[in-house]
Ligand binder design. Structure first.
Ligand code: SF4
Length: 344
């Protein structure tokens, strides 16, 4: 049975048309699905016969919560959701003054192999469907009872390695007849897949783009991010420049600070040299430690000192706020713990 979550309005209208119903019924069905309703019986403005026929042929999936860690200090909640095929994904609910935000996973696992990351340790299991990405938001709303207004695609996976489903996810969530989540309320984070960055600039010029930089030289970056061997810094920086030209928006460079690896004074000097004259913003992140990788965080104080140096050199920088410190853990760790439980 096909899952209705993740279908576009026109795909939903096609389903209703095949049942011999007028097109406006498709919009009504799309609105119910977008609101998170999973029971056809609740769709009161649809004729009973249509509801019965739909229930026989289609399903509306919601994700089962395997774990739900709640921060007592700031309301952050970290979820581990079970997918239908036994895979699991993480999503995080965060409260900001500008609106509730969900960090969505785009793949089960990841094949990019970044050395500091828990999500890639087991490799890629599979891509998520647009419906599974949408479900992370709708099911967090269901469980928390809170409305979500912003989405960051920064969870497990490389979103541009699953481009078509990512694009569908954004378009469905953005549809004015459905959730109507503004394009500017999405942020997508990539480790630097250059061709997709350029494609994305054309397809979604209003969506925010974050690029995981994490090192100022090719030698260092290739050591911790294998993607750099495919798309070295020169190509990445050119792509960022083209992105800015096409979209008139600056790129955010994410920089996770690892003690003794990319946080030394000479690293900061090289970073300044790399970014000087570019329209960008640097988001410094004290690394979330993953015991399997052996990398150690540079800490918040060092992050603040580097922020000051960057700003003195004309490069806008922030230190990422730490939410959910009492349930802290790096991306992918819940999923990893869960799969290790299965192995045991
Ligand atoms: S940091 Fe992102 S791209 Fe790199 S392995 Fe982890 S999930 Fe994949």
């Amino acid at each position: 049975m096909k899952d209705l979550r993740g279908l576009t309005l026109s795909e939903t209208e096609e389903i209703v048309r095949a049942e011999g119903e007028p097109r406006f019924r498709g919009k009504q069905l799309f609105q119910w699905v977008s609101r998170g309703v999973t029971d056809f019986g609740e769709m009161r403005n649809l004729p009973k016969a249509l509801r019965q026929n739909l229930a026989e042929k289609y399903r509306i999936d919601s994700l089962r919560v395997l774990r739900d860690l709640q921060s007592r200090s700031d309301g952050t909640r970290k979820f581990l959701f079970a997918l239908e095929d036994g895979n699991a994904v993480e999503s995080v609910f965060m409260k900001y003054s500008y609106g509730n935000t969900v960090c969505v996973s785009s793949q089960a696992g990841c094949r990019m192999g970044c050395a500091f990351c828990a999500s890639g340790i087991d490799g890629l299991r599979r891509n998520l469907t647009a419906g599974e990405m949408i479900s992370q938001i709708l099911d967090i709303e269901r469980v928390t009872g809170e409305k979500v207004s912003r989405t960051v695609v920064m969870g497990t996976g490389e979103p541009f390695d699953n481009y078509d489903e990512l694009a569908k996810f954004i378009r469905v969530m953005n549809d004015v007849d459905g959730r109507n989540m503004g394009m500017r309320n999405f942020t997508v984070s990539t480790c630097g897949l250059v061709p997709e960055m350029l494609r994305f600039a054309g397809d979604f010029p209003q969506v925010n783009l974050a690029v995981s930089l994490h090192a100022p030289t090719d030698e260092q970056r290739s050591r911790i991010m294998p993607v750099n061997r495919r798309y070295p810094l020169r190509e990445l920086m050119e792509a960022a420049e083209k992105y800015e030209t096409v979209t008139s928006r600056r790129v955010t460079f994410e920089y996770a600070l690892i003690r003794g690896v990319n946080d030394r004074d000479r690293d900061v000097e090289q970073l300044i040299r790399l970014l000087s004259g570019t329209l960008c913003h640097v988001n410094l992140i004290p690394l979330n430690e993953v015991c399997e990788t052996g990398f150690v965080t540079a800490g918040r104080e060092r992050a603040k000192a580097i922020q000051k140096t960057l700003e003195q050199n004309g490069i806008p920088a922030t230190v990422r706020r730490q939410l959910g410190a009492d349930i802290d853990g790096a991306c992918g760790q819940l999923r990893l713990e869960n799969s290790q439980k299965y192995i045991e």
